[in-house]
Design a binder for this molecule. Structure first.
Ligand SMILES: Cc1ncc(COP(=O)(O)O)c(C=O)c1O
Length: 435
């Protein structure tokens, strides 16, 4: 089906350009109107299969599911905002208890906020408070948010940072990228660990001044990069050698996307602080920063925020977590099955077409990297953008990531038939654009 963009959409886009600051929109003339399950409908009545989950925000389907919506509606009629920073309410406490029950032992205490950026901002404050150290380590390619603290951690594109410094004290290390590393998985992993030990901690900043290392278990905006399976265990050892905390940003990769509640669980280790947002709010702006209980508490007044733990968002998030807990086994089976189907089809395309350089992922977090040639691995951003735009025109939503990658992240509940239809569109599009 060919998507048709008419006067209604064009008029909204024109009005938008007059009053709204430019953000990151990539020329998609999509004016969203309503959606359900696997599909989004625009204001023109075009139907799109969603392989974006709205950047991992709709893990349970576009517009979440009926349980989530009903929980939010019920809460709207009782009390919408409850001053959780000053009074007590049961709804956010219930949510925190459920969230903690999904995490490793010793977790934890929860701080609620409204976005991924804020969750990481809160984590920056916590690690400084708990360690009394000021310096932080993060990775090249990382995206942790755009406010003045979190932006210091982010290093995936200069466009994010230009004109905004100075930032908090952060040193960046190379994130292990097996596709672009000349060596095996273990060497790839070790090269990043060595960089931290031999460059940052030996030449730049003494270990006893480093509060934490922030990382994404699978790098999202940086290009859907899956590190070698042994990497985070080595990072854990390094952190423990120096009393440095590990902060795991689960904002895009977490919440079952990889088939496990925590994406880090795929790597057999644990962090000291976890941050959640996106699908955690099940369509509402809600984020959480969760720390090990043994790290301590915040003194009264040192950190708070008006809307964190908003009652409607908390009710929706609680219903969403309940759904996940109740359906854990079938969700996991579905993620593994559908992820394998996508990987298989995309790997066939990689074998057929020179410009499909790499296919990688865990569960339903899958990245495809486009290159000019398999030998040189030169990035092919224009080719990637053409594929994504052609998919859009054929009614399939996929998103870019990194220099020349594309992410395939349908809702976890996507039907097998939508997976097949979406893959048919991708195959046709990749073939057409290969000339
Ligand atoms: C891994 C990660 N961390 C943090 C953020 C920032 O979240 P938000 O846009 O809700 O501030 C994002 C957003 O894409 C993300 O992918």
């Amino acid at each position: 089906m060919e998507v048709k963009i008419g006067a209604k959409a064009k008029s909204v886009i024109k009005r938008d350009s007059r009053v709204i600051f430019t953000t990151t929109r990539e020329d998609f003339p999509l004016v969203a109107d309503h959606g359900s399950g696997d599909f989004l409908y625009d204001i023109e009545g075009n139907r799109f299969i969603d392989f974006s989950s709205f950047v991992s925000c709709y893990n349970l389907g576009v517009n979440a599911n009926a349980q989530v919506r009903n929980a939010a509606k019920k809460q709207i009629d009782r009390l919408m905002h409850g001053m959780f920073m000053d009074y007590y309410e049961e709804q956010p406490v219930k949510l925190a208890e459920k969230l903690v029950s999904m995490l490793p032992p010793d977790f934890g205490r929860v701080f609620f906020s409204n976005s991924g950026t804020e969750a990481n901002e809160d984590a920056i404050k916590l690690v400084k408070l708990f360690t009394k150290r000021r310096h932080i380590i993060a990775f090249y390619g990382a995206f942790h948010g755009r406010s003045m603290g979190a932006l210091g951690l982010t290093a995936s594109k200069t466009a994010h940072r230009a004109h905004f410094g100075p930032f908090v004290n952060v040193s960046h290390a190379p994130y292990p990228d097996p596709y672009r590393f000349d060596g095996d998985a273990e060497e790839c992993s070790q090269a990043s660990i060595d960089f931290i030990e031999k460059n940052i901690l030996a030449k730049e900043i003494p270990p006893d001044e480093v509060a934490a290392i922030f990382f994404e278990p699978v790098q999202g905006e940086g290009g859907y990069i899956v590190p070698p399976r042994g990497f985070f265990k080595e990072l854990r050892k390094l952190a423990d050698r120096h009393g440095i905390l590990l902060v795991d940003d689960e904002i895009q990769a977490g919440y079952m996307r990889t088939g496990k509640f925590l994406a880090l669980s795929n790597f057999g280790t644990v962090a000291d602080i976890y941050t959640f947002a996106k699908s955690f709010g099940a369509g509402f702006p809600l984020a959480a920063t969760v720390a090990r209980k043994s790290l301590g508490d915040t003194p009264s007044g040192s950190h708070a925020g008006t809307f964190g733990g908003n009652l409607v968002a908390s009710a929706a998030a609680t219903a969403s977590l309940d759904y996940i807990k109740r359906n854990m086994r079938s969700l996991q089976r579905g993620i593994v099955r559908k992820g394998a189907t996508i990987m298989k089809r995309m790997n066939e395309l990689r074998e057929t077409y020179e410009y499909v350089g790499d296919v990688r992922g865990i569960g339903l977090m899958i990245g495809v990297e486009f290159v000019k040639s398999k030998d040189t691995k030169e990035y092919a951003p224009k080719e990637r953008d053409r594929v994504i735009m052609s998919c859009f025109k054929k009614g399939l939503l996929v998103l870019p990531a990194g220099r020349s990658s594309m992410r395939i992240i349908p809702p976890l509940t996507v039907s097998d038939s939508s997976v097949e239809k979406g893959l048919d569109v991708l195959e046709e599009t990749i073939k057409e654009n290969s000339k």
